[in-house]
Design a protein around this ligand. Structure first.
Ligand SMILES: *Cc1c(COP(=O)(O)O)cnc(C)c1O
Length: 412
């Protein structure tokens, strides 16, 4: 029997150059750097040539505990040996336990598990439409926002306000009028007898880290309460401690009727969740399902993530690291003469001055990986804006190193 050494990352037997990999076997759906990544640990990632990278992208805000965390590896190994897939037609202990933990943490009443964020949002849209059919005379429209991102299924692309999506895969799913974030009048102007819900991200992540203000969220809550509309928060990116609190909405005190999770929930393992208040939970048997929904392997990983984030001092550490990173980024912004650092917790963004400067900086930082010298992975969320979404357990030394590398490239 072979044993897995969880203390050190499992490097491949021999280094292999990029051109030894038949990458054309994969469909080309995004521009990727010329490296094949093979192993990681915490905030560090290695490619097949043995080059190392300090990773402040973490699978796009997914790896709550960094790469290949031993806690998740142990949970997966134990669960894989016990029960993989009883199927969605049977209860399993892991899904029940995870649902109980998430409802207790969020104050919402019931939970439905999915394979990721878009599927959770798709479920939220279906739940709202069912609610409209039952309680609001067939109302089905969900007000969403310009520049919002809710996923890549047809309905969630239609709900998104990403400019690049406009001409893709027409015709779109109807029923998603777009308002402007932080403009309550633009929401009110779209409401009518067909409206059933308002859906938004507490911080628009893919748009470039744009926060919904607490005043705006409170005004939305009042509007929804007055008119009997559902308030849906897409916390796929902001949930599970990313903002320094469990949920992005906690900064405003505004609780949603429906909330979706993904990304950080599984810490690198694909799982999403849809949570709702009791009065909204109107799915009847046959309305919603999915072969892998509530799969205990994924739920076991999510439970390991929750254990880590709930540990004493963990969220305080996130807030401390956030302060350190923000301060360092703000010093760079001041030196560049660009605006204030955006975001909260470990979801931060830095505006640059020159067009394409973020794209170029991200590339230059990656290419610093040579021999023993590390590269730095950062996300150019916009050509002129860098986004930082490190592991929530990144260390102070790793943030110092990242800031030093950023200064060297941006302020030279
Ligand atoms: C990433 C993301 C999604 C989509 O999640 P997938 O797991 O990629 O389907 C939806 N909403 C927000 C806010 C996201 O950041």
């Amino acid at each position: 029997m072979t044993t897995v050494d969880l203390a050190s990352p499992a490097a491949p037997a021999a280094p292999a150059a990029f051109d030894q990999y038949p990458v054309h076997a994969l469909m080309h759906v995004t521009q990727r750097p010329a490296a094949v990544f093979t192993h990681g640990r915490g905030s560090w990632l290695w490619d097949s040539s043995g080059r190392r990278y300090l990773d402040l992208v973490q699978g796009w805000a997914v790896n709550t505990l960094g790469h290949a965390p031993p806690a998740i590896a142990r949970a997966l190994a134990a669960q894989a040996a016990r029960l993989l897939q009883p199927g969605p037609g049977l209860y399993n202990d892991r899904a029940v336990e995870l649902a109980q933990r998430l409802t207790a943490l969020s104050g919402l009443d019931r939970c439905y598990f999915t394979g990721g964020g878009a599927e959770a949002n798709e479920g939220a849209i279906k739940l709202a439409r069912k609610f409209g059919a039952l309680h609001r005379g067939g109302a089905f429209q969900i007000v969403t926002f310009e520049n919002a991102f809710h996923g890549r299924t047809l309905a969630t692309m239609s709900a998104s306000g990403k400019p690049g999506f406009e001409r893709l895969f027409e015709p779109k799913v109807p029923g998603f009028p777009k308002a402007r974030l932080n403009d309550i009048d633009s929401v009110a102007a779209l409401l009518g007898p067909q409206t059933v819900a308002v859906m938004l991200e507490p911080i628009q992540g893919e748009a470039g880290v744009i926060e919904a203000t607490p005043e705006f969220l409170r005004a939305l809550r009042r509007l929804c309460d007055d008119l009997g509309l559902l308030l849906i928060f897409d916390e796929v990116q902001t949930g599970i401690g990313r903002t320094g609190q469990w949920w992005g909405w906690q900064a405003s005190g505004v609780q949603p009727d429906v909330m979706t999770l993904g990304k950080g929930l599984g810490g690198g393992v694909p799982i999403g969740a849809l949570l709702a208040r009791e009065r909204v939970c109107c799915f009847a048997p046959g309305d919603q399902g999915g072969t892998y929904h509530g799969n205990p392997l994924m739920c076991a990983a999510a439970l390991a993530v929750l254990d880590a984030v709930a540990a004493s001092g963990f969220l305080e550490q996130v807030r401390e690291r956030s302060g350190q990173l923000r301060q360092g980024l703000q010093a760079i912004a001041d030196a560049l003469g660009s605006g204030p650092v955006r975001g909260r917790g470990l979801l931060l963004a830095l505006d640059l001055r020159q067009p394409e400067q973020a794209t170029q900086a991200a590339q230059a930082l990656l290419q610093q990986a040579q021999g023993d010298a590390p590269g730095l992975l950062v996300n150019a969320v916009r050509p002129q804006r860098l986004r930082f979404v490190p592991a929530l357990d990144i260390t102070a030394d790793e943030i110092d190193l990242a800031l030093q590398m950023l200064r060297a490239v941006l302020l030279r």
